[in-house]
Design a binder for this molecule. Structure first.
Ligand code: PEP
Ligand code: MG
Length: 575
């Protein structure tokens, strides 16, 4: 039994799919002459497996990536089946009487050395492709081709962490859960798991070395436990728990068509956070009131180059059309921090979360920013799009961003391209400096959206991705709640609306506090929407205001949490 931090709730029973990112260690073995034939046969079989594997990734890539990226796989096919590689490997097996793995390694190294020394840039750039092909072949030979593409039914992924593009490769029908050894509640894999509505726990220690690929497993992402090779008793117990959990979900689903309104008539929009256009399907399933945060950077992350205007336009248009008139808030590129773009070669920094990220990059790379703004504005002609800027920390930054937005609008006007002239423009409040200056910002935007994930990390000085201090990254800290309350008051005074789109927005314990503060939009992972809606419906605005006063008078996060648990219990009993 192992313990971890729950980042996406649920229970799953399945089999471990162990994904190890580490490089393969290849050992050289001498073989007797009579075994040469056998090694060559092994090579043939591995090639066949690697071909099948490439074929599958290519199929997946064709659906999700650009045609330019898909072409890379054609190059890989050609290399894998190139007689030059084949002959070279066989020659090593024959001449040196070594195992196929060692022969492949040598042959690949030889080819790389030849290509790297070439005068021609095209060939030099192929080195990475040859390495990839060599890696596929070696993994096929050593039985390590567990590549996330070929997961079986009821797979529960066990890994250190996954990149967004690795998550993109997973077959969502077969995937039942994530067990990760790294990451915190607001790491991006955690966010992805919640968007997919798949149970996940992170920060699980020791499990990666001990658990076997293919082992039976119970993932209890309610209490934060993993049970490997459970006995019959545990299985029976968890089958019952799973059934009870599913029953609760079915009960909640009855709220789908009901509004999120308190019993004394205060309406809240319960909206969803998405990362990629496909997430919209789950948003529609739970009938969210809109999309409160479209993390547009994932369009940039799941690919090998900057997405052009057309690709972005299509993605935004697809989402806004699917939402059929409901609002979609698109946040401009928020890269940096823990979100990397390998092809952009972002500088290595001592403190990436305090470094060159989000709006800071957009304001400097005006070319990238303007392309995105053009795409968003063009898509605004097809539904209700709102735009917001991430990580604003000073008035100058907001002014500059708005200036560039005006420039782009003028360009579209002069090209007679249609866009929504009334499109709302807002900003995220994620930095304490912005929260404290909210009264000044409020005159310049149509809305605020509070990003609690970053606001907490910058207020309490806690790295949101560090599992060692994840307990300290808490929305219950009174300083965080005071900042949120101040922002809400400033917004109300200026007559603009304010929402919350950080993970705290989906934390139903905090719903009474946010409602009491007069926050009118809560945006969260689709999986939390119905539960939060239920909480809103159990409340009265008046009573919620009293809770705010009580909570703001408390001293510690623990006191706040305890108070809110009590409130939740009483509300449940009275409902
Ligand atoms: C936040 O910081 O709360 C937020 C919503 O943005 P992200 O999690 O994408 O940084
Ligand atoms: Mg943020």
């Amino acid at each position: 039994m192992y313990k971890g931090i729950v980042v996406s709730k649920g229970i799953a029973i399945g089999r471990i799919y162990k994904y190890a990112n580490e490089k393969l260690a290849i050992t050289t073995r001498s073989i007797p002459a009579e075994k040469v034939e056998e090694e060559i046969n092994r090579l043939e079989e591995a090639k066949e497996k690697a071909n099948k594997f490439l074929h599958e990734i290519k199929g997946k890539a064709t659906r999700e990536l650009s045609s330019e990226e898909v072409q890379i796989f054609d190059a890989h096919f050609a290399m894998l089946n190139d007689p030059m590689l084949n002959d070279e490997v066989i020659k090593f097996i024959n001449d040196e009487k070594i195992n196929a793995e060692a022969a492949v390694k040598k042959a690949i190294e030889n080819i790389i050395a030849k290509f790297a020394a070439m005068d021609n840039e095209y060939f030099r750039e192929r080195v990475k492709d040859i390495e990839d092909v060599g890696d596929h072949l070696l993994r096929a030979l050593t039985g390590n081709l567990n590549t996330l593409l070929d997961i079986g039914d009821d797979s529960i992924i066990l890994a250190e962490d996954l990149t967004p593009s690795q998550t993109a490769l997973l077959d969502k029908d077969k995937l039942k859960g994530f067990i990760l050894t790294r990451g915190g509640k607001t790491s991006h894999t955690a966010i992805m798991a919640r968007n997919l509505m798949i149970p996940a726990i992170v920060g699980v220690k020791g499990i990666l070395d001990e658990a076997q690929h293919g082992a039976d497993v119970i993932l209890d992402a309610i209490s934060g436990q993993v049970i490997i090779n459970p006995d019959q008793k545990a299985l029976a117990e968890y089958r019952a728990k799973l059934a009870a959990y599913e029953k609760k979900q079915r009960e909640l689903s009855k709220l789908k068509e009901k509004p999120a309104r308190t019993c004394d008539g205060f309406g809240v929009k319960v909206a969803a956070n998405i990362s990629i256009p496909e997430d919209t399907n789950r948003v529609l399933e739970v009938n969210a009131d809109g999309i409160g945060l479209f993390r547009s950077e994932f369009l940039y992350m799941n690919t090998g180059q900057l997405p052009d205007e057309e690709k972005q336009f299509k993605a935004y248009k697809e989402v806004v059309e699917k939402m059929a008139g409901k609002p979609v808030i698109i946040r401009t590129l928020d890269i940096g921090g823990d979100k990397e773009l390998p092809y952009m070669d972002l500088p290595e920094e001592m403190n990436p979360f305090l470094g060159w990220r989000a709006i800071r990059i957009s304001l400097e790379r005006k070319d990238i920013f303007k392309t995105q703004l053009r795409a968003i504005l063009r898509a605004s002609n097809y539904g209700q799009i709102k735009l917001m800027f991430p990580l604003i920390a000073s008035l100058e930054e907001l002014d500059k961003a708005l200036e560039i937005l005006d420039e782009v609008k003028e360009e579209l006007e002069s090209e007679n391209i249609l866009y929504d002239r009334k499109m709302e423009v807002g900003m995220m409040i994620e930095v304490p400096s912005a929260a404290l200056m909210a009264d000044r910002f409020a005159d310049k935007v149509d809305f605020f959206s509070i990003g609690t994930n970053d606001l907490i990390q910058y207020t309490v000085a806690v790295d949101r991705t560090n599992e060692k201090i994840s307990e300290l990254h808490t929305p219950y800290h009174p300083a965080v709640l005071r900042l949120i309350n101040w922002v809400a008051e400033a917004a109300q005074k200026a007559g603009i609306w304010v929402g919350i789109c950080g993970e705290a927005g989906g934390n139903s314990l905090l719903t009474p506090i946010f409602v009491g503060m007069g926050i009118t939009e809560l945006s969260m992972s689709p999986g939390s929407i119905l539960e939060v809606k239920k909480k809103v419906r159990e409340l009265s605005k008046k009573e919620a205001e009293k809770h705010v006063n009580k909570v703001l008078a408390l001293n510690t996060a623990a006191e706040v949490e305890e108070y809110l648990k009590e409130v939740s219990k009483t509300a449940e009993e009275n409902y």
